[in-house]
Structures are given as structure tokens and as C-alpha cells.
Design a protein around this ligand. Sequence first.
Ligand code: ADP
Length: 371
Amino acid sequence: MTTAFIVNSGSSSIKWELVDVETEQRLRGGIVERIGETGAAVDHEHAMESILAELGDEHPVVIGHRVVHGGSEFTSATLVTDEVEAAIERLSALAPLHNPANLAGIRAARAAFPGVPNVAVFDTAFHQSLQPAAYTYAIDAEVAAEHHVRRYGFHGTSYHYVSRRAAKLLGRPLEELKLIVFHLGNGASVTAIDGGRSVDTSMGMTPLEGLMMGTRSGDLDAGILFHLGRAGFSLPDLDTMLNRSSGLLGVAGNGDMRDVQAAAAAGDAAARLALDVYYHRLRHYLGAYLVALGGADAVVFTAGVGENSAPTRAATVAGLGWLGIELDAFANNRNSRDARIVSTNGSRVAVLVIPTNEELEIARQSVAAIG
Ligand code: ADP
């Protein structure tokens, strides 16, 4: 059996999966958590050794790693060499929480599996097709160049997978499709995809911009930072507030969409407001991207909220029959784990639910990268 070993290494955990390359089935998987805490693996290398022990005599043909930030350098999955490791380390300046953890996973895997090729699959790579008008921030050009300030976009591996799966479901070539894909997990973003290429995306230089998320604010007036800074908030205070205690958590006091929807249904006013803001933001981007693409063949929902929350999908496209978007209430409310169409037969724009599978996409790209 030919297998790929997929590694998603975070600051305190390593998630892994073993994928059968031929059948594309997930064979096994697991997670080592609380790395660095007492009673757990002391570091990524030890965590990888325990995973190695679990794998037994499995010999994967390739090890695929999720890497969050590939900057402007990486436009596709890349075989890891010492130079690539050094580049990922340099790019840590742009993703200080993620890239060092991803790199720790790569180093541990290279040490644990000598002779097996490692491939880095970047969350940003899919968005390297963005044009300057979409990725440029209107700030001092010299400052932007010196500090690599531009929109990069994230969740690219998911968009890559979901856009192909959507084309298959629609029975049409991806090259002729205009898609608006909402990836709504704890982190959330939306991307306008024309012929398989990202033309605009809501996350920016960092995964903080755009939609309202579980604990991140999404879009806000940068002037708020100066206002709060003058009121005594430090840079770390602001970082923590916007990344960890904003979004649903900030407005409703709970960062989990299921809980917020349940609280709103029970009459909690803060939860109701949080949902209203969340939906308002989704519709804002839907409108913007319909114009950016000049219409759409499909609006696609994926990830935890997108796949499971019928009310979120309904709120996003409510009242848009005049644009040719008509949800089928029965299909939308039906629980399923399959890729499916939830719009009416007559809807000019299809509405789809496509379960994402980032591990499988990493496996596919890793196998392709080693030829
Ligand atoms: P991550 O970004 O961490 O991978 P997920 O894609 O798993 O996250 O999405 C997690 C989010 O999905 C949580 O906010 C969770 O409440 C939400 N979610 C999962 N199931 C449902 C559901 N049935 N209804 C509403 N939200 C849901």
C-alpha cells in the first residue's frame, strides 16, 4: 500500500493522518496535544517519536506538512530542503504564532523519517494569483515593500480542494466556473474564485482581517487601535484582544457558533447581536465578490459552520431571489455529510455545501510535488 503521512504541527499539538494515496482514504490519524506541558511530550521531536511508534512499520512515500505562511515566495507545494526550511523560518516574521510551530514539525519529521521526502503545503499559495489591485494596501509604498505588507490570504488548501469538488458536483469544468466559497470554521474567510484562480479573499496580511470569527474581530477601523493605544492598551493587549477575545466570543461571550446559536434561540440579546453582525459581514462580502466576479455560478459553504449550520447559510443568501439565488429550505435543513446542492432547481446561482478535506488535499499536492 502506498501511503502519505500528513502533519499539521501547531504550537502545542501535532495532528497527523495517514492517507492511502490510491484510494484517497484516511487510514489512521491522531493528535498529540499539550506539547511542552508537564506529563506530555516535552517538545515536537518527542511528540513525533511517539507518533512514529504508533505508525509501527509503516513507510510513507511522502510526508506532507501544512505551513501557514509562504509569503510571496511559495506559489505551490514545495519539496523541503535546507533552503526551504530557512525560507519558512524567515517568513516567521509574518506568522509568528504559526510558522515556527510548522517548522518544528518539519524538523522533527525529517529527523524521525530519514530518506522520506517532506513537502510543505502553504495556506497562502492558492492566493498568489491575486492581482495588485486586490492585494495592495493603500499605505506608504516604501514601508509596504520593506516590511512585506500586502494581502496574502489563507485557507488556500481548503479552497483548492473545495473548488475542485464543487466543479465535480456541478458536472462542469472548473476553468469555466465563477465561485464564491465561504470557509467558516473557528477561523473564517471567503474567496472569489474565477476559473480555479483566487481573485479576491477576505483574510489579509494575517488571518485577522475579513469576516467575524470565533475569537477574531475581522475587519475594523485601524483608528480604533490608536484610540485604544492612547487609552493605555499595549501592543500585546491589542493583539490578544483582537485575536483571542473578539469575534463571537467578544460580542456574545462564547466563541463557539453552536452555543451562540442556541443562546440566541433562547432569547439572549448579546448572542442575537453577535449572529446579526456575523451574518451582516457574510452578506457584505457576498455582495462584493458577486461584483468582483461579474456574477457567480455557485455560492459554496464549507468548514464547521458552513457545513453544519443551515441557519447561517439561510441568513447569508436570504432575500436574494432577485439575484438568482434561491435556497431550497428542505435541502438546506437536511443533515448530511455529503457534498450537496441546497438551492432550488430553478436557482440561477447554485448554493452548495462541500465538506472540506485539507489533509487529503495536502496528500494530493505532496504526492504531485515528488512526481
Ligand atoms: P477549525 O477552524 O478549528 O478547523 P471547524 O471547521 O471545526 O474549526 O469549525 C468549528 C466551528 O463550527 C465552531 O464554531 C462550531 O460551533 C461550528 N459548528 C460545528 N457544528 C455546528 C452546527 N451544527 N451548527 C453551528 N455551528 C457548528
